[in-house]
Design a protein around this ligand. Structure first.
Ligand SMILES: [Zn+2]
Length: 290
């Protein structure tokens, strides 16, 4: 999408200051935002504005989809491309957002060849031709906690073209080509090792068992864990962590949450949300967080 008018439109867009109500919504809802190194925050804000402006946003099921809500989704999506360029999402045209989990028709065939038509409940979906569907309720739930599960990271990771990003990471031929091949081999080895462990009923730390479905799900699940619990993933799957770090050009294992954002062991989820809201109010009034 590098035609001159896109560049011009972006330049105009980025000449305006980042909307304060977007920043407040992101700071309140997206825990991962606070872990991103301060030096990268400016790039992230620019990407968020491009991401919001360059997609068609479609509220579904009666949802009112405000600009700050779009920013909350974009803030998480753009963490995936923090080390590279937000152009990786150029082909993602539409983002459909439902208030809750939504129902989709599901047709499947059993071993006896009997075809059943049913409805299946989904929190999110990524379609090959550049449409992402999300449930706002689950977007918020996952944005607030850092437990290695994140719907936006998962669905948008499905939209990133692995080969394209590898081409950017290791361009050209010769040695770079072999590094690219090595990347793919290491990733596939990690996938095979993971599926073996899941199939034999063993618990695998730091990775959701759903990743055993196929290579694409493994990549999406590993990406969620990589950004949300980088140090934890690194300690249990160092080789997988390294290939993801090379791919995303980021090192989230070194990111730290400010002390005030870290969960307190004796605090319930509701108490934590109340504390963070109170902190956001104090910050708006220019007082330091308590
Ligand atoms: Zn998936």
């Amino acid at each position: 999408m590098f035609d001159w008018w896109v560049r011009r439109r972006r330049k105009r867009l980025l000449a305006e200051p980042f909307p304060q109500e977007w920043r407040e919504a992101i700071e309140r809802e997206v825990s991962l935002w606070h872990a991103v190194p301060a030096a990268s925050r400016g790039k992230l804000e620019d990407d968020v504005r491009c991401f919001v402006a360059e997609r068609s946003w479609e509220p579904c099921g009666g949802l009112e989809l405000t600009e700050p809500m779009r920013a909350v989704i974009a803030a998480q999506a753009c963490i995936l491309t923090l080390g590279r360029t937000v152009d990786a999402f150029d082909h993602v045209r539409s983002i459909l957002v439902y208030p809750h989990a939504f129902w989709v028709p599901d047709v499947y065939e059993d071993d006896a060849g009997i075809v059943t038509e049913d409805l299946d409940s989904r929190e999110g979906e990524a379609w090959q031709w550049g449409t992402v569907i999300l449930s706002w309720q689950e977007v918020l739930r996952d944005a607030r906690s850092l437990n290695g599960r994140n719907l936006v990271l998962h669905e948008l990771a499905h939209q990133i073209d692995i080969l394209d990003v590898l081409e950017q990471a290791y361009p050209g031929g010769g040695d770079r080509q072999s590094r690219r091949r090595l990347w793919m081999e290491t990733f596939l080895e990690a996938f095979e090792d993971f599926t073996e462990r899941v199939d034999s009923g063993r618990r695998v730390k730091a990775l959701d068992a759903y990743g055993a479905e196929d290579e694409a799900e493994f990549f999406a699940v590993a990406s969620e864990s990589f950004f949300e619990r980088g140090a934890y993933l690194k300690s249990h799957h160092p080789r997988l962590y390294d290939v993801l770090a090379a791919y995303y050009a980021q090192d989230p294992a070194s990111w730290t949450l400010p002390r005030s954002r870290r969960p307190r062991p004796d605090e319930t989820g509701r108490e934590r949300r109340r504390r963070l809201r109170a902190e956001a109010r104090r910050l708006r009034k220019g007082k330091p967080p308590g």
